[in-house]
Design a protein around this ligand. Structure first.
Ligand SMILES: Cc1ncc(COP(=O)(O)O)c(C=O)c1O
Length: 403
């Protein structure tokens, strides 16, 4: 077993060798520009793109013409949200989203606020799910778009997508979802789910980095977006720029593999995740963050109370995991997602996201369990707060001196 063990599959996934194999010819012999219509080099590249478009469409239950290839989910989020805002500005300027969304959504919304958008940021409940009644209450005749993510990148919580779509549609708004963490991991069908626009990315599903897609519904209703990139009119004018053919072929292959293997993989990973979670929550004062029923199969986010967060990461050097802290320019900020669930700064800092993936083995999970337990126990042995807790002192009643 090689160390460190990779358990950060929500950040990115390794490329599946089968995906690499499909991509390789498009770097070498099949290098043509998919927009070159005059010779076989172009036709071969275009065929590769067309096939990939079929593979992608099949995974999410749409038609090929509803897929726009982009450089990833961030670009798809920007194109979808800004594109709808500009296209439907006659109808209204109100957008609804949630506080636990990815920055690609939140910062796009903030940008649009400067362009005259009114944005409602719904709070989430303690379990990370939005309150459907609050969504319903926030809808107005000016609401043009509801954008709520499918599965959360930090806690894995899956939002009630069908219900959200139904509420948006009842009030005449479109429904966009950032499904970057969900596509390829759980069944996502845009028709059954009532999704109008959806963003996703290859590198979260064993494909290459730098390529993703935006789904835009063409029927019932036909949805339109204003393009955000001017140029040669690629992707039916919605996203100009020479297509990243090897990347797109890789995304296609990644989608095909996920479609064929998702059920088995989800079963295997959720069993491993449950094993990890069960073992770690037998430790006192450790808590799973987020709803455990409506959750992606491969993610566990666990807080270990009375453990100092930075120390925990240092003590777990053999595990490539993600912490409940984000490094901003100068300081360690507690995760805004965990804070939205009501966690204190301290508890957010002492939280770890374990993201399992296609290549995670049971042996690695067993090692992760032992390593984490050892680190937590060790840090607690050094912690005066833990000692006080063990002595039965109610720490919430203590008034700490300001300093
Ligand atoms: C939910 C979510 N949206 C968007 C992104 C951005 O994706 P990309 O790296 O393809 O731009 C990520 C990845 O971090 C994500 O987890």
């Amino acid at each position: 077993m090689e160390l460190p063990i990779y358990l950060d599959n929500n950040a990115t996934t390794p490329l599946d060798p089968r995906v690499l194999e499909a991509m390789l010819p498009y770097f070498t012999t099949k290098f043509g520009n998919a927009a070159s219509r005059n010779h076989p080099f172009g036709w071969v590249a275009e065929e590769g793109v067309d096939y990939a478009r079929e593979q992608v469409a099949k995974l999410i239950g749409c038609t090929e013409k509803e897929i726009i290839f982009t450089s990833g989910a961030t670009e798809a989020d920007n194109l979808g949200i800004k594109g709808v805002f500009e296209m439907y500005s006659d109808k209204g300027n109100h957008i609804i989203t949630a506080t636990t969304e990815h920055k690609a959504i939140l910062d796009t919304c903030k940008h649009l606020e400067k362009q005259g958008a009114r944005v409602t940021y719904l709070k989430v409940k303690e379990d990370g799910l939005i309150d459907l009644a609050e969504l319903e209450a926030a809808m107005t005749p000016e609401t043009i778009l509801v954008t709520i993510m499918y599965g959360n990148n930090e806690i894995g919580v899956i939002q009630p997508i069908k219900e959200i779509a139904a509420i948006a549609h009842k009030h005449g708004a479109l429904f966009f979802t950032d499904a970057t963490q969900a596509v390829g991991k759980i069944p996502v069908n845009v028709i059954e789910d009532g999704i109008d626009l959806m963003a996703f990315s290859a590198h979260k599903m064993y494909g290459p980095k730098g390529v993703g897609a935006l789904y835009v519904r063409r029927k019932n209703p036909r949805v339109k977006v204003t393009s955000q990139m001017d140029g040669g009119g690629h992707e039916r004018g919605m996203r100009s720029g020479t297509l990243n053919v090897p990347g797109i072929v890789g995304l296609g292959k990644a989608c095909e593999l996920c479609r064929l293997e998702m059920d088995e993989e989800a079963k295997r990973l959720s069993a491993l995740r449950d094993k990890l979670e069960a073992a770690l929550t037998t430790m006192e004062e450790s808590y799973v963050n987020g709803n455990t029923q409506h959750r992606l199969p491969h993610v566990a986010n666990i807080s270990f109370k009375y453990v100092e967060g930075e120390g925990l990461m240092m003590a777990m050097k053999d595990l490539a995991v993600s912490s409940g802290s984000a490094c901003t320019s100068a300081s360690l900020e507690p995760s805004y997602v965990l804070k939205s669930l009501g966690l204190s700064d301290d508890l957010a800092h002492s939280s770890i996201r374990f993201g399992l993936g296609r290549f995670t083995t049971e042996e690695e999970v067993d090692y992760a369990i032992e390593n984490t337990k050892k680190a937590v126990n060790h840090l607690r042995d050094l912690s005066p707060l833990w000692e006080m807790f063990k002595e039965g002192i109610d720490l919430s009643k203590i008034e700490w001196a300001e300093h």
